[in-house]
Design a binder for this molecule. Structure first.
Ligand SMILES: [Zn+2]
Length: 320
């Protein structure tokens, strides 16, 4: 059973928004798009993994948690997918790289290989997973849970992979091979019974933290004034809807009563965690303060302060 599903990462949502609102001549445009494509590819790889895992149907009791973000003391660690079986917990890392990866022996390295033959070392994914295993082990021991933890690395099916090393410490597969491999895992000796597996899964899901990279403009040193204001049209994806006759209208002829809700969400992702009437008017390019007040009040926000000090905040992001 799946105890935590995967949703689009906050970082990806924020980068998509920032990319749309940053001029193509902006000096950081290249960096933003590079990060955006890498995160987008990573997420696509994870969705592909999930799609293959719908076939996963082992004979043993199990729990799956996707995209888990945990904290151990001051250290945060993220796990793409976690499988709990009666004998082990498997930390699964899903990769989706544009360039070919060669895994060499002596020294064991992950080498990014370009079409023109250039080679560049990537971070060692096995060490990355070992680090996560170590933190998860400590986290579980604190909760009184002792069970062996293993790692599994999977690559998106379209990835070109060449494994030259013959004694890898961790299993490396492509996404489509994962369900069969995981179904065939030995489940003896058993350290967790069905009831404990459920308990551990619920405990992990309860402690999942939503990764909050907001406001993302700060991370890249982009000033709010460099971010293009305006309401984004959900249909043609252009910025510049106009509030007329009680709704947002786009030159593409699409109209939407609630298009500002996404604009407000973008403000919080990109700029800062509070918004005033004036800031909303500037960002939505809708100049009427009364309309702004009405829209803000109906946007499921929390109001703080009084009179001229009134500002709004988002409801607390709850764990999903
Ligand atoms: Zn439009």
């Amino acid at each position: 059973m799946i105890y935590k599903t995967r949703t689009m990462p906050n970082e990806l949502k924020a980068l998509q928004s920032l990319d749309k609102r940053l001029s193509r001549h902006h000096e950081k445009k290249y960096i933003i798009q590079k990060e955006l494509y890498a995160i987008q590819a990573g997420y696509a790889g994870e969705l592909e993994f999930d799609a293959y895992m719908t076939d996963f149907n082992p004979d043993y009791p199990y729990a799956i948690l996707n995209d888990l973000y945990l904290q151990n003391n001051r250290i945060y660690f993220q796990i793409d997918a976690l499988l709990i079986t009666p004998s082990t917990i498997i930390v699964i890392e899903v990769k989706n790289y544009a360039e070919k990866t060669v895994i060499t022996e002596n020294p064991m390295q992950f080498i990014k290989t370009y079409k023109n033959g250039d080679r560049k070392a990537r971070p060692n994914v096995i060490n990355e997973v070992k680090r996560k295993i170590r933190h998860l082990q400590k986290w579980l021991i604190k909760k009184g849970i002792r069970t062996p933890i293993d790692g599994l690395i999977t690559f998106a099916n379209t990835n070109e992979l060449s494994i030259e090393s013959t004694n890898l410490e961790m299993k490396i597969l492509s996404n489509d091979e994962a369900p069969t491999y995981l179904e065939s895992l030995p489940i003896q000796p058993q350290s967790l019974n069905e009831k404990t597996i459920k308990k551990v899964a619920r405990e992990l899901a309860k402690h999942h933290k939503e990764f909050n990279p907001f406001p993302i403009s700060k991370r890249y040193g982009i000033k709010p004034s460099e971010i293009q204001p305006g309401v984004l049209c959900p249909s043609c994806q252009q910025i510049g809807m106009k509030w007329r006759t009680e709704k947002w209208n786009c030159p593409c002829s699409y109209h939407d009563k609630h298009a500002h809700l996404h604009t407000i969400e973008e403000w919080f992702m990109l700029i800062q965690p509070t918004i005033t009437n004036r800031e909303f008017r500037q960002f939505s390019k809708q100049p009427n303060p009364n309309v702004a007040r009405t829209l803000l009040k109906k946007s499921n926000l929390i109001q703080h302060g009084e009179r001229r000090g009134i500002h709004y905040k988002q409801q607390k992001i709850t764990n999903t």
